[in-house]
Structure formats: C-alpha cells, structure tokens
Design a protein around this ligand. Structure first.
Ligand code: MN
Length: 242
C-alpha cells in the first residue's frame, strides 16, 4: 500500500485535459488501492465559494467522493487559490479538510504537510496580501457577494497574479530555507511535503545534524505530477496527458 500526494493542479475550464487527467488518475488502480490520498492545495485555479454552481466543482466532488467511497481517505489542504473551499464542499466531495502545517504519520514517518506559500518569506509583498485575505472578515465579505460578482473578482485576481508573477524575480517565489527549517523544527519532524512553488524535487539536507527531507510536488500544467510514498520508497513522477 502506498500514500499519494498531489497539488497545484490549477483545474480550470480552460484546460479540460487536465481535469480529465485528474479524473482518470482518481479512478486508477494506484489511487483506488492507496492507503491515503492527499491534495495539498491549489486544486483549482480559483475557488469562489462552495455555492458555485459551475460544472467543474461538481466534477471534482464526483471524482473525490468516488475515491472516498472506494475506501481511500481523501485529505484536502487549501492553497492560495482555493482557501475559500469550506466544509460544505468538503462534505459533498468526501474530503477531510486539513489545516496548513498539519503533521501526519505517513508510512511510518511523521511528516509535515503544507501548501508551501507560507514558506516563501522572502516575498514580503505576497505575505502581506496573504495575511489580509485569510482573515474571517475578508472571507465573509467575499462570500457575501453574489456569485457573478465573485466570478468577476476571481478573473481579475487571476490576471493581476499573472502580471505580477512575470514581473518579480523568480527566486523570490521559492521557499526560504530558514523558514523551512524553523517550520520543521517547530513541528518536530524531519520530513516535509509541500507544493506551491512548482519546482518538483526531493531535497535532502541536514536539520540540526539529522538527515531531513523536503519533497516538493509538481504542478499540473504540461502534465500531471504525483508523489508516491510506499514504506521507504519515495517516488515523484509525471503523469502523461490523455
Ligand atoms: Mn499555490
């Protein structure tokens, strides 16, 4: 049995083949026989509320619910694109919500699970925006808007984000090693799994003199990306588009 992790799918009506790949992966023997299935944020490009009546959320809920019903625990941690995803949708989708920074025993190893954006501490501008939009007051305000207004808001946030990503130094977008080490130290772990940076890799390093590992999940743009941990085996691999 193995434990599977995905993140940063950025599912979007504009990229139907990625949604199809996601659906196919969730009905694969590999997924159906997993011990647990983790989605570590940015499952969708934009989440405007659990009351969204578009087709995509329904397809997602159908896929994750079926995996859950097949006996596989499905965990979801919000990313910066889908932090408005709440209990109502999670329930519908058969997913258990996890707080960013949760520690789970993964195949016998205590593992810190994060989306990854809080580790990008060099991006001061981003962290300021994050602090603002993650407050309950801000979320309530957004969710009280009519669906159409939220759709327009999400479209604008997306184009703003695109122009910003093109403008700033790429290295700022990566994690800060000091932030990584202090998060792992605080959690008392030597393994961290996160996404967000779209830089899939397995980083081995020493944390206070002990072997430590940071595993970064890949995004789903040109292909899919999955992390499989099976006992001592750590495999990070791509998934070919249908
Ligand atoms: Mn992200």
């Amino acid at each position: 049995m193995s434990t599977l992790f995905i993140a940063d799918l950025h599912l979007d009506e504009a990229r139907p083949r990625i949604t199809e790949l996601f659906e196919r992966f969730l009905i694969s023997d590999e997924a159906r026989s997993a011990r647990a299935f983790y989605i570590l944020g940015d499952l969708v490009e934009a989440w405007i509320g659990d009351d969204d009546d578009a087709e995509l959320p329904t397809r997602i809920a159908h896929a994750t619910r079926a995996l859950h019903d097949a006996g596989v625990p499905v965990y979801f941690m919000a990313g910066n694109r889908d932090f408005l995803l709440g209990h109502a949708f999670a329930e519908r989708a058969g997913m258990t919500l996890l707080d960013d920074g949760t520690v789970h025993d993964v195949e016998g190893t205590p593992t810190l699970l994060m989306h990854g954006d809080v580790l990008c501490t060099d991006d001061v501008e981003y962290q300021a925006v994050r602090a603002q939009v993650r407050t309950d007051a801000w979320k309530r305000q957004i969710l009280s808007m009519p669906l159409e207004a939220r759709r327009a808001f999400a479209a604008k946030a997306r184009s703003d984000s695109k122009s910003r990503t093109g403008r700033i130094d790429e290295t700022i977008m990566d994690v800060n090693q000091g932030a990584v080490e202090s998060a792992m130290r605080d959690a008392g772990v030597h393994r961290l799994v996160h996404g967000h940076t779209h830089r899939p890799a397995v980083h081995d390093f020493a944390l206070d003199g002990v072997a430590a590992q940071r595993i970064v999940l890949g995004d789903w743009y040109d292909h899919g990306s999955v992390l499989r941990i099976d006992g001592d085996v750590v495999e990070l691999r791509g998934l070919t588009l249908p």
